[in-house]
Design a protein around this ligand. Structure first.
Ligand code: G6P
Ligand code: ZN
Length: 560
């Protein structure tokens, strides 16, 4: 008889296991330190509200390097903590939104997601572990803080020594005291999308002669999902998808769907004049929409989805209850909310802030500038959902004589005006230097004559009069929890603004994000280049924060 008794392993606590915007993210060698991963898994299990005993957890991730080893550790520690059942995606492959859906559909206790999202993978790149709750959404701060507190003083963890689980075989089995179900993580999710969207309309649209489609999985988790949607369901050729084999190191790439890192998509879309191009990130929750000569900013994307929601069966049936965006995301969505007469919310950066509003039935569609778009169908942002939403909308617009992505954008601008938006990222900046940039702005805000002063750009004759400044604080309308220091903002009298905040998702040094936004109702500007349109504002933001002086960075690492 094998020995299935619970073993207690003595450990030493680590002090750096505070989950960030989206779980704990560190380099693989950090996770590989003795006891490091085990400690964190034990801290998660011990912090599950209601305890780990008799729980059912969904487990999976983007298949990045080190995932198979960590899944086996989770199996053993779960067994040691009295978990009843683990539902694991085959080969550990499970997109983040599909995990969210599975938790909800199976009424599971929660889920453990193994991903560092859009960060590169590999032996010296990033790994991540995140806990999601029974509503399918990321754990709220009360739980992530409990996990952190536990991890700082942990002295032991519990496990049962079990034989390695074969993750390639579908089906249920008993592993010691634990039930394990390895499932096809693709089918239930794709079936769900088919309930949400009008696949017949999409199918006839994508087969119209002037339409061509290209999806790029960036070697992340969405590949098998995309093959099922685009090839099996919509009947498109294999050539309509690329980089759709999940790879532990994303084939050496950076699986982030933006104009810099999704270069493989941008290049083919431009070369072949593809009318509808799209990409998703490592774990499948982000998206980028990009047709030949037409890039959709995520801020416009969510506004357009909200505006056209009626053509999507899910919203036609359930209605649109409310709209929301993160604070740095452009205000384009607010104008749609006003026109439709629905509630709208501005939350801090982080998808977890949308969850309470959704659970309370006050939020249907939301988005972030960081290439995240989604709805209350799950409690994560959802890359493929957004991409299929766009196809559904384009199909409907096509019937109304509006042609392609560009036609849809121009139609939207004519109705609402255009919000120019861009984000500058300064990655892996020295933490002290980043703190100086924040201090610089805080002391500018503290001076009594800053509001009302005019900030001028030397490259043009433009100047901006400061209307308001602040550090964004959010009070959750549902549970009244307060989140402070969520980003410094300067709003100008013409409605333009810039925002500076430090990223909560980096794994090395600090990342400074600078967001700039300008609104225009001048039709002559609707086709203008974004960077040109925003130049004076960026100059003013850099000057006020003394970013170049403090960091020594003349150029950002990434512009989106
Ligand atoms: C993740 C989160 C998003 C967030 C993004 C950027 O994708 O799920 O909610 O907007 O990271 O966060 P950061 O703190 O790095 O700006
Ligand atoms: Zn992601």
């Amino acid at each position: 008889m094998p020995d299935y008794s619970v073993k207690t392993v003595q450990t030493k606590a680590f002090q750096d296991q505070r989950p960030g915007t989206s779980g704990l993210r560190k380099r693989v060698p950090v996770f590989k330190q003795e006891h490091y991963t085990e400690n964190f898994v034990q801290s998660i299990l011990s912090s599950i509200p209601g305890g780990p005993e008799k729980s059912t957890l969904v487990v999976g991730g983007d298949g990045r390097y080190y995932s198979p080893e960590v899944i086996q550790k989770i199996v053993q520690i779960a067994a040691g903590n009295g978990v009843s059942k683990l539902i694991i995606g085959r080969d550990g492959i499970f997109s983040t939104p599909a995990v969210s859906h599975e938790i909800r559909a199976r009424k599971a206790t929660g889920g453990i997601l193994l991903t560092a999202s859009h960060n590169p993978g590999g032996p010296n790149a990033d790994f991540g572990i995140k806990y999601n709750m029974d509503n399918g959404g990321p754990a709220p701060e009360s739980v992530t803080e409990a996990i952190f507190e536990f991890s700082k003083t942990i002295k032991e963890y519990k496990l049962v020594e079990l034989p390695e689980v074969d993750l390639s075989k579908l089906g249920s089995s008993k592993s010691g005291p634990l039930e394990i179900e390895v499932i096809d993580a693709i089918k239930p999710y794709v079936a769900f999308l088919k309930e949400i969207f009008d696949f017949d309309a999409i199918k006839s649209y994508v087969h119209s002669p002037e339409v061509s489609v290209l999806f790029d999985g960036l070697s992340g988790v969405t590949g098998p999902y995309a093959r099922d949607i685009f090839v099996n369901e919509l009947g498109l050729p294999e050539s309509s998808i690329q980089n759709c084999e999940p790879s532990p190191d994303f084939n050496g790439g950076h699986p982030d769907p933006n104009l810099t890192y999704a270069h493989s998509l941008v290049q083919v879309v431009e070369e072949k004049k593809i009318t509808f191009g799209a990409a998703s990130d490592g774990d499948g929750d982000r998206n980028m929409i990009y047709g030949a000569g037409a890039f959709v900013t995520p801020s416009d994307s969510v506004a357009i989805i909200a505006d056209w929601a009626d053509c999507i069966p899910y919203f036609k049936k359930g209605g649109v209850k409310g709209l929301a965006r993160s604070m740095p995301t452009s205000t384009a969505l607010d104008r749609v909310a006003k026109a439709k007469g629905v509630e709208h919310f501005e939350v801090p950066t982080g998808w977890k802030f949308f969850g309470n509003l959704m659970d309370a039935g006050r939020l249907s569609i939301c988005g972030e500038e960081s290439f995240g778009t989604g709805s209350d169908h799950v409690r994560e942002k959802d890359g493929l959902w957004a991409i299929v939403a766009w196809l559904n909308i384009l199909a409907s617009a096509h019937d109304k004589g509006i042609k392609g992505i560009k036609g849809l954008l121009l139609d939207h601008y004519k109705k609402y005006g255009r919000t120019f938006f861009s984000r500058y990222d300064y990655e892996e900046v020295d933490s002290d230097a980043a703190a100086k940039v924040i201090k610089e702005l805080e002391s500018a805000f503290a001076s009594s004559d800053f509001v009302g002063s005019s900030l001028s750009a030397t490259s043009s004759s433009t100047s901006f009069k400061v209307a308001e400044t602040g550090n964004f604080t959010y009070t959750d309308p549902i549970d009244k929890s307060v989140s402070k220091n969520q980003g410094l903002y300067v709003t100008f009298e013409d409605g333009s603004r810039f925002v500076v905040r430090l990223s909560g998702t980096g794994s090395q040094g600090a990342t400074i994000r600078l967001y700039v936004e300008k609104y225009s109702k001048d039709e002559a500007e609707y086709e203008r280049d974004t960077q040109e349109g925003l130049k004076p504002l960026i100059e003013v933001a850099l000057k006020t924060s003394k970013l170049v002086e403090h960091t020594g960075r003349k150029e950002p690492t990434v512009i989106t």
